[in-house]
Design a protein around this ligand. Structure first.
Ligand SMILES: [Zn+2]
Length: 479
């Protein structure tokens, strides 16, 4: 009896939530998640995002972007949500939102944007995804099948309360949040909502046209840039729609025509460009991280810094690979090792022997793993940095028929703390804002500051064409 009542209650709760009216679109959407659940999902996912990208620590810039987000949020269809922005410390040209009102903008995008109105357009678009509940609707669709199965299970299973609890546990949904990509229709809808919110909040809607043009240029083959814009189809269609919508708005209402270019450029002056060298930089065959206070001597091997914030390395003979990761404190070494082994050697690999001990270098675990093509020694070194677990994994192919553990890898010995002098030498490249003088041209500036580079790229980077006259303030940088 108790089971049936519980099922009925659950069913009605889900039924009501599932058929709730969408605040932004006015339509009825298929959505299992309440506002409280959205918030909870966002809060669960947020630390993972911050761990992955790192937060860009610039309180003034953060406050400025947060003010813009607050104004947009107040003008939106869900003004009661607490919109909180996080600046991410990555050169990726991207922005995104998660359910519950958390929005993110990457340092790389802030550098490309040329005015407050453009930024308001981008953040308005992201808030549009939140108000129109695009992610939660997608998740609801994905969970639709599971929901049917659960109702069946509730009537049959012995531990139905437990099943219901599992369903309510949002962990599974949260882990999939990053995998979601929006449909073209969702993107167009977010564009329309973003424009509406930006205009209503008093920003110039002309910024949306500008930022669309920027995305169009960046996605062009000529730009030679690699972008992370997969969730945002940058097409002429979107740009065209923005132009049409802005013209429509102009015809019917007074619009703010001031993009606030100089205000914005004043705020992003000195922002770190490119990859933050404090997190890690390769110089003369070694990796240096001022942030994690360590250095790794590659001894002529090859580094890759694309792996999150840290590094991957391979020796010249391609027999030893090392990878530096930052893990949550609650990851247990056993699980981490299994994941790492599978990642580097494939799922057929399994460990056959292992030992671990503490020494002056921190915790070291050494394992023997058997893969399809022979035996590997996997050594893992753990230490605590800034509330996270820093882990160096060294994978070494053992020669011939060797099936026993050798000693510490030399690669493991290559890791040591950074000296104060070394830390001092790590300098960040920062964005310079230049005030144009009489006689300056795009060509002359490119020639002076970026010898050998195309003036076209400098103009585009400043939101202009080569044929446009120079604006008063110019971002000096090329990407
Ligand atoms: Zn979008």
């Amino acid at each position: 009896m108790k089971k049936l009542v519980l099922a009925a209650v659950l069913f009605s709760v889900f039924f009501l939530t599932a058929c709730a009216r969408n605040p932004a679109t006015g339509g009825y959407a298929f959505n299992f998640y309440s506002d409280a659940q959205e918030y909870q999902m966002g809060e669960e996912y947020h630390p993972q995002l911050v761990a992955q990208y790192g937060e860009y620590a610039d309180q003034n810039l953060h406050n400025y972007v947060q003010d813009i987000v607050n104004r947009l949020g107040d003008a939106s269809h869900r003004p009661d949500l607490n919109y909180r922005v996080t600046l991410l410390d990555t050169p990726e040209i991207n922005a995104f939102a998660i359910p519950g009102g958390r929005v993110y903008v990457c340092r790389g995008l802030l550098i490309y944007i040329n005015s407050e109105a453009e930024l308001a357009g981008v953040m308005g678009h992201e808030i549009g995804h939140v108000t129109a509940k695009h992610s939660v609707q997608q998740m609801s669709k994905q969970q639709g099948l599971d929901f049917g199965l659960l109702l069946g299970a509730l009537f049959l299973a012995k531990d139905s309360e437990q099943n219901a609890q599992n369903f309510l546990d949002l962990g599974g949904a949260v882990s999939n949040l990053a995998m979601l990509s929006y449909s073209r229709e969702d993107e167009m809808e977010a564009d329309r909502l973003g424009l509406e919110y930006a205009h209503k909040a008093g920003f110039s809607p002309l910024g949306i046209e500008q930022v669309m043009k920027m995305f169009e240029r960046l996605s062009g083959k000529q730009s030679g840039l690699s972008l992370m814009l997969s969730s945002h189809p940058t097409s002429e269609t979107r740009s065209k729609q923005a132009r049409i919508e802005v013209r429509k708005l102009e015809e019917n209402q007074n619009i703010n025509r001031d993009l606030e270019r100089n205000t914005y450029l004043g705020k992003i002056k000195n922002i770190i460009t490119g990859r933050n060298p404090e997190r890690g930089v390769v110089n003369n065959g070694s990796f240096y991280s001022a942030y994690y206070q360590l250095t790794f001597n590659g001894g002529g091997g090859k580094f890759s810094l694309d792996n999150g914030y840290l590094m991957a390395w391979q020796n010249p003979q391609q027999t030893v690979a090392a990878q530096l990761d930052l893990l949550e404190m609650n990851n247990n070494p056993e699980k981490t090792r299994t994941t790492q082994t599978e990642k580097s050697l494939g799922t057929t690999a399994h460990t056959v022997a292992g030992r671990n001990w503490n020494n002056s270098r921190g915790n070291v675990y050494i394992y023997l793993a058997q893969a399809k093509d022979g035996y590997y020694q996997i050594s893992q070194y753990f230490n605590i940095y800034r509330g996270k677990m820093l882990c160096l994994t060294v994978t070494e192919k053992l020669s011939g028929q060797q099936t026993t553990l050798v000693n510490f890898d030399s690669a493991l010995q290559n890791l040591r703390p950074l000296s104060a002098a070394e830390a001092e030498q790590i300098k960040s490249a920062r964005l310079e804002i230049y005030t144009a003088r009489a006689g300056d041209t795009w060509e002359s500036l490119a020639k002076t500051y970026f010898p050998g580079a195309e003036a076209q790229k400098l103009a585009w980077f400043n939101g202009c064409e080569l044929t446009d006259s120079l604006p008063e303030k110019i971002k000096l940088g090329l990407f």
